[in-house]
Write a protein that binds this ligand. Structure first.
Ligand SMILES: Cc1ncc(COP(=O)(O)O)c(C=O)c1O
Length: 465
């Protein structure tokens, strides 16, 4: 697997020393990484990466859930080069716009559900969610109901790492640092059947019960104080938590009943990941706002934004006055040019339909076979996302003691065997590029099986020690 012709001008040790001396990585224990040395990724082609030792790695996480069209696509590279040559930057603040931003707004209105005709651009998913907070509060202000300011989100949700994004998110580790959440954001439990269902409770019954936690929270706060509910159609960073089919339609009914705005964070689920263009289409709900990022450019350049439903857009346009919010890179022309090329590529290659009709069902079929493995208690997939729940005892689904860090043990084997698969606690997750073929899914599954076997061997060796 290691190919010396791919070595870089500087040695791996040299890269690692410079990295440790100067570079603070996101979501990282700085000291332990500096001691260990980071893995230096130098190039990518299709669904494969190369590191600075020349090792080939199957990227089953699409970078960070974003490289949907795979690495090395000339259409995107050329679009960026053309736009950089013509106009590398101009802003949208001073009553100006650029052709790529206008055209992208137009194309987004076509590929998103019918309630969306307008977009507000940001540079990332986190910034998009900051915009959501500003915009829903502005909406209720303009309507003369400023007390409707509370936003309800869910525990274990991930909505980004800015102050508002991390506050909307439900990650306790993030809230512990920096005095979060900011005021006016509250959390309910997540629809995680494996962990939260009662003994014998069906997925559908659990889905309805979990949606009921939203209604209980709205009633507790008073509907006239609640601005919006936000959720990821499938909780991604939380461990690919696929909700029961009953969950989202019931959430929709509850929001409608109480006049609460519904926000779908499509940063991971958007642009085909679930087998439809947007996750809300897969799960059958109709959001008022939709955050997007990642897959809009397949991660080639940063871009995010919020699709603004007509219910909100009409109020802000017709009665709103100035909205005092925006980013230097809102509608960045290079990012928008790349997004246009990316979305057209997704359309031309029929990638969304391919996930829906072919590779998504195939992944589901292949993942189901993992249930025979002694370490696997549950598997879930949705389109091209999958989760494998590791358990100590299959009969009772008893999980491992957290201090064993079994997910990290398995992830270590993945790293060592040329596979990028992520661990969220004891859940191993994948979200491969949407261009992955059946043969490549087979290759990925063989690697997953090998890594599960190696993890099992570790568990057994520990048992004997
Ligand atoms: C659902 C969701 N929302 C928001 C974000 C934040 O996006 P970004 O990292 O681009 O700020 C992420 C990132 O993983 C995400 O998964």
């Amino acid at each position: 697997m290691t190919d010396p012709t791919h070595r870089t001008a500087r040695s791996t040790a040299d890269w690692q020393a410079a990295d440790a001396a100067h570079y603070l990585h996101p979501f990282t224990d700085f000291r332990s990484l500096a001691a260990k040395g980071s893995r230096v990724i130098v190039s990518g082609e299709n669904i494969y990466l190369r590191d600075s030792d020349g090792a080939r790695i199957l990227d089953a996480m699409s970078g960070l859930w974003c490289v949907n069209v795979g690495y090395g696509r000339t259409e995107l590279i050329e679009a960026a080069t053309r736009q950089m040559t013509t106009l590398p930057f101009y802003n949208s603040f001073f009553q100006t716009a650029t052709p790529p931003a206008i055209e992208l707004a137009e194309l987004l209105a076509q590929v998103t559900p019918p309630q969306f005709a307008h977009v507000f651009f940001s540079g990332s998913g986190s910034e998009g969610n900051d915009t959501v907070v500003r915009m829903v509060r502005r909406y209720w202000d303009v309507l003369g109901q400023p007390e409707r300011s509370v936003i309800i989100s869910r525990k274990n949700a991930y909505h980004g790492s800015t102050m508002a994004g991390a506050s909307l998110g439900g990650m306790s580790g993030m809230h512990e640092q920096g005095g979060l959440p900011i005021p006016g954001i509250v959390h309910i439990d997540q629809p995680f059947w494996f962990e939260n269902a009662n003994p014998g409770e069906s997925r559908d019954a659990f889905g309805l019960r979990a949606a009921g936690w939203l209604e209980a929270k709205i009633l507790e706060l008073g509907a006239d104080r609640v601005a919006a509910f936000i959720g990821e159609p499938v909780q991604g960073a939380g461990g690919v938590i696929v909700p029961p089919d009953t969950y989202w339609p019931e959430i929709q009914r509850i929001c409608d009943r109480h006049g609460v705005l519904l926000v779908s964070d499509e940063v991971i689920c958007g642009f085909g990941r679930t087998g439809r263009w947007f996750g809300c289409e897969t799960f059958g709900f109709r959001p008022d706002l939709m955050t997007f990022a990642k897959g809009v450019t397949s991660g080639y350049v940063p871009l995010g934004g919020v699709m603004v439903g007509e219910r909100i857009a009409r109020v802000l346009i017709d009665q709103g006055g100035e909205f005092n919010h925006g980013y230097t890179y809102s509608g960045h022309p290079v990012a928008c040019a790349v997004a246009l090329a990316n979305i057209r590529l997704v359309q031309r290659e029929g990638l969304v339909e391919r996930v829906r009709d072919d590779t998504g069902p195939y992944l589901a079929e292949r993942f189901a076979t993992l249930l025979a493995h002694p370490l696997v208690g549950e598997v879930q997939t949705c389109g091209l996302m999958g989760a494998v729940q590791l358990v100590q005892d299959k009969a009772t689904n008893r999980t491992f003691a957290p201090e064993l860090g079994i997910g990290m043990v398995c992830r270590g084997h993945c790293f060592g065997n040329g596979l990028i698969m992520r661990a969220v606690g004891d859940r191993m997750i994948v979200a491969p590029p949407l261009v992955i073929t059946r043969a490549q899914i087979d290759e990925m599954m063989a690697l997953i099986e090998r890594c599960l076997d190696l993890t099992l061997a570790d568990v057994e060796a520990r048992g004997r020690a």
